[in-house]
Design a protein around this ligand. Structure first.
Ligand SMILES: C[S@@+](CC[C@H](N)C(=O)[O-])C[C@H]1O[C@@H](n2cnc3c(N)ncnc32)[C@H](O)[C@@H]1O
Length: 232
């Protein structure tokens, strides 16, 4: 019982994700259908929200949003370009822009990619000055037609089916991250002691260059983690 409630804190769409994974494993849907269904599910839920945080997939208030996402600033260590892979309505980019400017922090140029046409349309409408910097595409196959990025932020490897996570990570490292650039994974919620993401990456031969973590506000057994990988 406790296990299930933890899973649902980590991912509100836990039941949907599990169901889709099972259909894929059983051969009842193709990978293409898996991407389509996730896209439809996410777009419908996000667009139904009545505030920009909700439209980017976050259920808490602004204070909670700041606590969760400001840790990304710890991974930014120079001026450059930054892409949010799975940017939804662009709220994370908008917030990071506001925070970095108000702190007189590094100067960043913001870009966003999302598989959802509807969410990218909303992002362009909300942030018209960045219209040319929002792209629609499946991050698993999309290749930028602009120079590679100094910072690439991927909140979750679960943007692709389980078996494709490693290939996804390698696609992003190869095609998105500029030489000397940084891939940032997270912030993700996971069990404090488990270090699941780190262990999965380590098994593939990837050791993080740095990390940050925060206590999870909703459950004492959980933590929010950020891992980053520097490209030589
Ligand atoms: C939880 S939201 C994250 C929003 C934002 N990055 C943040 O951290 O606030 C996940 C977003 O990833 C997008 N997404 C999921 N799978 C994707 C894929 N394969 N390619 C591109 N975008 C994807 C979804 O449409 C959704 O907008």
């Amino acid at each position: 019982m406790e296990d299930l409630s933890i899973h649902k804190i980590i991912n509100r769409a836990y039941d949907f994700v599990e169901e889709q994974q099972k259909l894929l494993d059983d051969g009842a849907i193709t990978e293409e259908q898996w991407f389509e269904t996730h896209n439809r599910f996410c777009t419908a839920h996000y667009l139904a929200a009545d505030n920009p945080r909700g439209q980017s997939g976050h259920s808490g208030d602004e204070r909670h949003y700041f606590q969760t996402h400001a840790m990304l600033l710890q991974a930014i260590h120079k001026n450059g370009t930054f892409i949010d892979v799975g940017c939804a309505n662009g709220y994370l980019l908008e917030s990071l822009d506001r925070w970095t400017k108000s702190l007189g922090f590094y100067e960043l140029e913001w870009y966003g990619l999302d598989i959802s046409k509807g969410l990218i349309e909303l992002a362009k409408q909300r942030l018209p000055e960045w219209t040319g910097r929002f792209f629609v595409g499946n991050a698993f196959t999309w290749v930028p037609d602009v120079p590679k990025f100094d910072f690439v932020c991927v909140k979750e490897l679960s943007y692709v089916p389980k078996k494709r996570r490693r290939a996804f990570l390698e696609h992003v490292l190869q095609h998105y991250v500029a030489p000397g650039g940084r891939l940032i994974l997270g912030p993700n919620s996971e069990r404090q002691e488990a270090r699941e993401l780190e262990n999965e990456l380590s098994a593939w031969g990837y050791e993080p260059s740095g990390n940050a973590e925060r206590t999870h506000p909703k459950h004492k057994m959980l933590t929010r983690r950020l891992l980053w990988f520097d490209k030589p």
